[in-house]
Design a protein around this ligand. Sequence first.
Ligand SMILES: *Cc1c(COP(=O)(O)O)cnc(C)c1O
Length: 361
Amino acid sequence: MSRIYNFSAGPAMLPEAVLLQAQAELPDWHGAGASIMEMSHRGKEFVSVHARAEQDVRDLLGVPDDYHVLFLQGGATTQFAAVCMNLLHGKTRADYILTGSWGKKAISEAKKYCDVNVAAAPKGETFTSIPAVDTWSLGPDAAYVHYTPNETIDGVEFHWVPDTGDVPLVADVSSTILSRPIDVRRFGLLYAGAQKNIGPAGVTLVIVRKDLCGEALPLTPSAVDYAQQAKADSMLNTPPTYTVYLAGLVFQWLKAQGGLSAMASVNERKAAKLYAAIDASNFYRNSVEKACRSWMNVPFVLADADLDQEFLDGAEAAGLTTLKGHRSVGGMRASIYNAMPEAGVDALIDYMADFEKRVGR
Ligand SMILES: *Cc1c(COP(=O)(O)O)cnc(C)c1O
């Protein structure tokens, strides 16, 4: 078996141990004579897989009992709308902190349902920093405050949690969840598509304070109504059973690694050495302000964009794939989620140094 180091922003790498376990269990799960994906979602086997996955999320993140943990569908993109439909509670306004491309999308979707107040946004066209908190225009009449703790495309990450007082804080944690411990209590709602740090695409994790549920807009589809889904144990309709199972294996793997504190140390170290290599070179550049550089997504440009394709081809030949940056920002992007081994980051750094030497800079 020959596995590449895949720097894709998502769907991203999965831990090799998880893939091997899934492979071994595929045709005959725990002596059931069938694979998980062939089983009824109401049967005791899958119900046990689902319950364990939920419990493991609760253990890993320290989710308090007064929060629901839901496994939904439709990705983070569906949550852009679901958040409004569930949390407006008779109010008409919501505050959004804009620090990158995904926040922009969340805002345009929210505008269908409420008055969006963009409480903070960067001055220019590019996203390389977090506007100073004393410039934010948060209002007490907002139903909630939404932000994106890690902007996957731009590589801008909050290394702190905003204080919004009694106004519920909503976070799109798609590309940072499980990369480090967080204090769930600080949030009214956390949501994440799975395909970055949770598992394969197809499931959306929603962690929501119970008292915020039950007042969805009347037109809310049942499948995105948190109260209805919570009442049905996230099985109001057929859940993505195999994806939940694989996510469950990832949660078990995270526990075996020592949990989120252990992951945080590795992730911080991986990111620090990659940024150090970029900063030490005159050939590579990352423009994000140092205090808000992402641990998960590291965009960088080459001094000469005409060399981009040569860089990518050489990387591919060295088993380092999907390094091309998002089309909106260009250059390169290395996504180094939980499942990217530190050896993969080391291999990338070595390749970058070699390439720089080779092109004579
Ligand atoms: C990937 C991503 C999304 C989109 O997720 P989907 O599951 O494709 O809808 C939204 N927000 C962030 C921060 C992301 O990284």
